[in-house]
Write a protein that binds this ligand. Structure first.
Ligand code: SAM
Length: 331
């Protein structure tokens, strides 16, 4: 190798070919990135209406890229770097990709709770670029996971779909408002980096118990309700929530809703250093849907993750998480 890692080398290919396609197709970098990802997956330049010379230039850049020789994590990371570059051009605060450290931690927790299942159905109702869902799928290659991703933004969904193809994960994607009725059978687990803010469709919000008493409802409340509706009894849900969730307006209703439908298993605060400020800080919220043989946990697991740099503190919290998991399993 010429001194650059496989991730850098694949990123360079994505980046350079996306730049050519962006110009050739007069589209955004992210649109062009999805196109080049699909080319790599299909092993051919699929776009028409371009000169032979441009086609050859792109093909030349694909030469030497053997996806089969790379790990799925290498491919995901290279693709993610290119998506991040494209997102910088076009900043949309509500479309931010779930960072790796959070995705990996959610994957770890999910693996603990789903340890005994060889096969299960998983849904991300706000799939975005697919980074969170694909991170989780990459972490559990030995499990047969029937994954579903829903996303309202068609460009993000296209990126997610092309990413899943590149990684050879079979994911059922739906390009729709996830708060409208879903054609998804109940799943065993949900992962979701919740979109935070108001849901503009009051008429649709009226179908939810967590609808606001007045004005627009919170999309993140409705997403939790929709997710629970589409989870099997006893299934687990892993949400990325703002730390101030239970202090927001309507939080008492949210509490009552959970008492009726699910057990709160744990709330794990992520290190503050991961966020711009205290207001932006988030936690991972773990719920289990009520079911026939499902019992409340003896104790809700509440902890704050130390910074990733504090090795000892990190180890001690991992031991506590293992204990929590065992207690919740054999309560
Ligand atoms: N996990 C994603 C990733 O790794 O890219 C990021 C999720 S991002 C925080 C929240 C996503 O929810 C955004 O992509 C946004 O477009 C989507 N979203 C917001 N409202 C939605 C709705 N009503 N239905 C479906 N998706 C929605």
């Amino acid at each position: 190798m010429n001194g650059i890692s496989p991730i850098e080398s694949l990123f360079k290919t994505f980046d350079e070919t996306a730049a050519i396609l962006q110009q050739e197709l007069s589209c955004t970098y992210l649109d062009a990135l999805a196109e080049t990802a699909e080319n790599l997956f299909q092993k051919q330049v699929l776009q028409e209406n371009m000169s032979e010379m441009t086609k050859k230039r792109i093909e030349k850049k694909y030469e030497g890229i053997q996806l089969a020789g790379l790990s799925k994590e290498e491919i995901r990371k290279a693709y993610q770097l290119a998506i991040l570059k494209g997102m910088k051009e076009n900043v949309q605060p509500n479309h931010q990709m779930t960072p790796d450290s959070i995705g990996l931690f959610i994957a770890y927790l999910l693996g603990k709770f789903m340890k005994e299942k060889k096969e299960f159905a998983l849904m991300d109702p706000a799939a975005g670029t697919g980074n969170l869902l694909l991170t989780v799928l990459n972490q559990w290659p030995d499990k047969k996971i029937a994954a579903t991703g829903i996303e309202v933004d068609d460009l993000l969904l296209k990126l997610a779909w092309c990413g899943a193809n590149l990684l050879e994960h079979s994911v059922q994607f739906y390009n729709q408002d996830a708060l409208e009725p879903l054609l998804v059978d109940p799943v065993d687990a949900v992962v979701c980096d919740l979109p935070i803010g108001y849901y503009p469709n009051d008429a649709r919000a009226a179908a939810f118990e967590l609808q606001a008493e007045e004005g627009h409802s919170y999309a993140h409340f409705l997403f939790m309700e929709q997710s629970l509706k589409h989870t099997k009894p006893g299934g687990y849900l892993f949400f990325l929530i703002p730390n101030h969730l239970f202090e927001s307006q309507g939080a008492d209703k949210l509490h009552r809703y959970f008492q009726k439908h699910a057990y709160i298993q744990g709330v794990i605060g992520l290190p503050l250093s991961m966020f711009k400020n205290k207001q932006a800080a988030k936690s991972i919220f773990v719920l289990q849907k009520h079911g026939e043989k499902v019992q409340a946990p003896k104790q809700v697991f509440l902890a704050n993750m130390p910074s990733m740099k504090e090795a000892n503190a990190l180890q001690s919290i991992m031991i506590k998480i293992d204990k929590w998991f065992l207690e919740s399993k054999y309560k």
